[in-house]
Design a binder for this molecule. Sequence first.
Ligand code: FAD
Ligand code: TPP
Ligand code: MG
Length: 572
Amino acid sequence: MTRTGAQIIWEALIREGVDTVFGYPGGAILPAYDALLDYPIHHVLVRHEQGAAHMADGYARASGKVGVCVATSGPGATNLVTGIATAHMDSSPIVCITGQISSPFIGKDAFQETDVTGVTLPITKHNYLVTRVEDIAPTLREAFYVARSGRPGPVLVDITKDAQQHSCEPVWDDTPFELPGYRPDLSPLPAAIERAAALINEAKRPLILAGHGIILSGAENEVMEFAERAKVPVSLTLLGLGAFPPDNRLYLGMMGMHGESWVNSAIQQADLLLSFGMRFDDRVTGKLETYARQAKKIHIEIDPAEINKNVPVDVALVGDLKSVLQRLLPKVDTVDNRPWVEHIEELKGDSAVRDIQTLPDDGHLYAAHVINDLWRATEGKALVVTDVGQHQMWAAQYYKHPASRHLITSGGLGTMGFALPAAIGAKFARPDAEVWVIAGDGGFQMTACELSTCAQENLDINIAIVNNGYLGMVRQWQEFFYKRRYASTPIQSPDYIKLAEAHGLSGVQVKSRAEVMPAVDKARTTSSTVVVDFHVEQEDTVYPMVPAGADLDEMIRRPKTENPIYETAASE
Ligand SMILES: Cc1cc2nc3c(=O)[nH]c(=O)nc-3n(C[C@H](O)[C@H](O)[C@H](O)COP(=O)(O)OP(=O)(O)OC[C@H]3O[C@@H](n4cnc5c(N)ncnc54)[C@H](O)[C@@H]3O)c2cc1C
Ligand SMILES: Cc1ncc(C[n+]2csc(CCOP(=O)(O)OP(=O)(O)O)c2C)c(N)n1
Ligand SMILES: [Mg+2]
């Protein structure tokens, strides 16, 4: 049957299982918007296209499915850029559909013409300019395949207005893809598996460094089986948090710049690092020249471009983590690594637990208290979506994320403004989940316009603003490395209660520790979006910290006497 290009767009999406898209209309995408009225797809009208891309990203991270955003040409398309780059850095599968001016006008600086495939070339996994109606169906099918297969990532499809207006009889092909030069299904040779097994079985001080790839691969059970069988302790990257149960005795905590000191020390002392679906980001390694010099390294990774990129490895197993581990597991001996595990336990020494919950209320409200109370009130089960900054690190440290897809955060790009729109996307993906935004007063203001989207869509999202009156993470760097010269980091906020109320939503202000739990309870029991404005200690610091470029175990520690949040032993 003959269809317009505009109709084909939505039929293609429905064939991919899409029921929700996030977008904003405009001239070059108007034919598609007109056709949308006839299809069972829910369109979420965002307030800024950056929000649409983050919503698609949050939807993808919460569900494991491909998220979709839509924008018009020119400024609509360029507004997507930050969201696309965010998804690209964190391997999140989204498809972005943009309208383009009609093909005869391309190259003539026509109204709202931007070469968006050119602009997004380095920040998409792949992108397409579609000028013919016949190409819409096959291109969208390919776009979804590319976005979700292999190492996931964002794909942009730019469709000219005339292609949307013209008609054809679409061909719906279901044959498996064979794209020249694209090999998402690599798997290691048997000899490489044998070499890896030999290293594992010889190791005395092995450590698993596990990342986002576990979640993307769905390899949680295999990683657990591996760790249990070979008795290898596990540490996670920020983006891996939740993929290994936080209460398992082999779990050590987060690695890296704001990770646990004993994890970083153990990495420096290990004789074997097993890197599972993580990419040795500089926030994870510290100074590369001195990184884990005693360790042999095995890297299981789906993207060959990641092998030896930052850290040279002894054995590379290129393939999907789950299937590689399934092949490796039978070759791994059950060993006794107890001395090593006990040694790491000793490394904790007096640097151990952040035992803040037992501390008396001294009149100060610390972000750590807020997040710890939030964790207790939600029994650790909330889907937490953070923004970027100090609060993000505290959300990683003080909220024990229980399972995969319970923490959504912008890691690689560190995009302020991510949290609220990503949480909206996550709520559409998992309507039954209790969704909490944890945002700073700076980042929240970047995309606060999406409160209006929460109101229009009647969403039940809880928002915790960790309001310290500063661009706190930057202030912290100024404190440590720029002699406390706080250039442009003090930041004023609007009255968030009035802001919420202006949107028809409600808000609560919290200034003391005693008010935290009642406010959290109010947010949890209110069925619309609630903003809780926590006025926390202004010049608090995220500890520990590996200064950028320092050795991984050269951590700045919390001074014991100056600050009431002790990090010393559990007995205190
Ligand atoms: C303020 C700030 C501070 C930070 N501090 C820290 C910190 O202290 N510690 C920390 O860990 N991070 C920190 N980060 C985050 C950091 O920048 C990186 O985003 C993070 O370390 C990346 O984690 P990852 O390598 O697990 O995930 P990604 O960057 O998503 O990489 C995942 C890897 O898995 C691979 N992969 C994907 N699918 C599969 C599959 N099916 N099978 C196998 N492999 C697969 C991908 O190709 C990729 O190489 C911080 C970020 C910010 C903004
Ligand atoms: C879009 C963007 N601009 C600038 C930065 C640099 N940056 C990183 S953290 C940070 C401060 C964040 O402040 P706030 O949102 O108040 O969170 P806090 O650190 O105070 O918890 C800034 C400016 C960034 N990550 N993203
Ligand atoms: Mg702040």
